[in-house]
Design a protein around this ligand. Structure first.
Ligand code: COA
Length: 279
């Protein structure tokens, strides 16, 4: 592509059978995140969040990269030249859509098809689950060009990795492949690239069978209780379930009924049949 991509073209998406497939779409720039891409991603996420056709959102990248992190030219250099205001605006646009994704209404899956660097760790962590190609490459490359891993990347590393691995990863600027990323806990699982979409579809389809109110309550709870004391978490979880009941007061009753009375399924082995739920 010789001409510059319009803002709208920096993100691509389609909806198929309950799954929104959203893609970083600047393959010629290895999907690095420019201010345009950050703004467009926020628009797309907004548009899909309460779309009834969407039950799960998958974030992947067009071409050989998932995302090569922040755009060193358009995000860093050009904004720095414009002054502090421009830098702060660009930061809030980027951090804004990562935050939206962290607390998204629907479950989210990062499908890491290739390069994932630096700022890319923000959206990687924002996705509830992460699957990668075995050959995908993950790196905190910031140290290689002379900065610390900012934009949350250091926090992501310490949230997901043990201290020794986080330190080695951030100080050495060496990449790890998908298999190592899975061993270190940066992602859930690595599979060969040609199996990646199939595996992610399988996971998404399982999520689509679950009660959506319970999914949202559960994903938020996992993120919230991580930073709470045990007693605070215990209390939060009671309130969170009671709040969830105000959106769906029938789901769990139906779940109990189909097991105890109808004997049509076993919760230990799968989800209840949502289609029979009243209200
Ligand atoms: N910021 C700005 N431009 C980037 C970029 C980034 N983060 N990553 C890639 N690009 C651009 C390159 O400058 C190049 O542009 P050009 O065609 O106008 O010269 C184009 O994308 C293709 O990149 P190239 O380096 O030729 O691709 P590659 O497949 O050989 O290598 C990477 C891929 C990801 C290893 C390499 O592009 C890279 O190291 N990117 C920077 C990664 C990084 O440190 N990100 C952290 C930012 S916080």
């Amino acid at each position: 592509m010789t001409t510059e991509r319009s803002e709208e073209e920096t993100v691509a998406y389609s909806i198929e059978n309950g799954i929104a497939w959203v893609k970083f779409n600047r393959p010629e720039k290895r999907n690095c995140m420019s201010p345009k891409l950050n703004r467009q991603m926020m628009r797309v996420l907004d548009e899909l969040e309460f779309d009834d056709k969407v039950g799960v959102l998958v974030l992947s990248g067009e071409g050989s990269a998932w995302s090569a992190g922040m755009d060193l030219k358009e995000y860093f250099r050009e904004n720095e030249a414009k002054g502090l205001g421009a830098t702060r605006k660009a930061q809030s646009e980027a951090y804004g859509w990562w935050r939206k994704l962290r607390w998204y209404q629907k479950p989210t899956i990062a499908m890491v098809n290739g390069w994932c660097f630096g700022g890319g760790y923000g959206p990687l962590h924002s996705c509830d689950l992460a699957f990668a190609a075995e050959d995908a490459q993950f790196g905190l490359s910031e140290i290689n060009w002379g900065i610390l891993p900012g934009g949350g990347a250091t926090k992501v590393a310490t949230n997901l990795l043990n201290m020794r691995n986080a330190m080695y990863h951030a100080l050495m600027g060496e990449n790890i492949d998908g298999k190592t990323a899975a061993e270190w806990g940066l992602i859930n699982e690595a599979v060969p690239l040609d199996k990646l979409q199939g595996r992610v579809t399988e996971v998404a389809n399982t999520l689509l069978e679950k009660n959506p109110v319970a999914l949202k309550a559960t994903k938020d709870a996992i993120r919230r209780v991580t930073e709470m004391t045990y007693d605070n978490a215990e209390d939060y979880l009671i309130r969170a379930q009671e709040a969830a009941n105000s959106y769906d007061n029938e789901g769990r009753k139906e779940g109990i009924k189909q097991f105890i009375d109808d004997k049509t399924y076993k919760p230990g082995l799968g989800a209840y049949d949502k289609s029979k739920q009243k209200g």
